[in-house]
Write a protein that binds this ligand. Structure first.
Ligand SMILES: [Zn+2]
Length: 79
């Protein structure tokens, strides 16, 4: 005598897990496609496509960043 639709049986855990499992893989696939990671041709580490490699500082065979010269963190402000 219910006025709204009521499920006849309880949804099993396996069905819930299947549903959300497919959702998870879909989202992960989307995220991995958003940030395209490629292997750096110079040093072999992973880097984001169309960006300077953070490990060797090269982009398309050209040295862009000086990774020997490290930038010191600003701890004091000179007046
Ligand atoms: Zn590199």
């Amino acid at each position: 005598m219910s006025k709204h639709p009521v499920p006849k049986k309880k949804t099993p855990k396996s069905k819930i897990r299947k549903r959300y499992g497919s959702f998870k893989t879909k989202v992960l696939k989307k995220l991995s496609n958003a940030a395209k990671l490629i292997v750096c041709p110079d040093c072999g580490s992973k880097k984001v496509m169309h960006e300077v490699c953070r490990d060797c500082g090269k982009y398309r065979g050209r040295q862009v960043l000086d990774n020997k010269k490290k930038i010191d963190k600003i701890t004091k402000i000179k007046a």
